[in-house]
Design a protein. Structure first.
Length: 177
């Protein structure tokens, strides 16, 4: 980037707010000194601090090398995090513990595939699920000897047009599973 005043390379960049507007200045060192902008000289890093920094980087690299890798394709979890793609279907099993929180976050808490339903069959599936729930509730009410509740559920099923002789048999089968 060039200096705003001359054609030298801009090495000093100043951003200020003037009357609610952001004002940027890109100046070379000479023009910055003429404007009275204090230039901070680079300070060297003390050797002890540099040694601690390099030791920390080495420890992080060792931890990265210890991450599990897929037995089929050899991909490590670190590689997955860098690229965002898994290597093979076995990676899902290998990295299951690390992937579950990511999937829950991405799928709003769901980790099991539910699938999609075609628009034309939504009503039929919804009715089928409601009938299944009613049959199970009927079986549970009969098993716990809540006959008044069972009679209410029976009436609901009858109103829905369900053959009650098969409904109680189906409910018994559903309760057994």
């Amino acid at each position: 980037m060039k200096c705003d005043r001359c054609d030298n390379e801009a090495t000093v960049h100043e951003v200020t707010i003037h009357k609610g507007q952001k004002v940027e200045k890109h100046l070379c060192e000479q023009c910055a000194q003429e404007d009275g902008i204090a230039i901070q000289s680079a300070q060297s890093i003390p050797p002890s601090l540099m040694q601690q920094f390099t030791v920390g980087i080495g420890q992080q690299a060792q931890k990265a090398n210890r991450s599990p890798s897929c037995t089929n394709c050899g991909m490590s979890y670190t590689e997955f995090r860098q690229h965002g793609l898994l290597g093979c279907p076995d990676c899902y099993h290998t990295f299951e513990k690390q992937l579950l929180p990511l999937l829950e976050r991405a799928q709003e808490g769901g980790t099991d595939h539910i699938g999609k339903t075609p628009n034309r069959s939504v009503g039929a599936l919804k009715r089928q699920r409601q009938l299944t729930v009613l049959r199970k509730q009927l079986a549970d009410a009969l098993a716990s000897e809540h006959y008044e509740r069972a009679a209410e559920l029976r009436d609901e099923l009858r109103d829905a047009g369900v053959d009650l002789s098969s409904a109680t048999a189906d409910a018994d089968e559903d309760a057994a599973t």
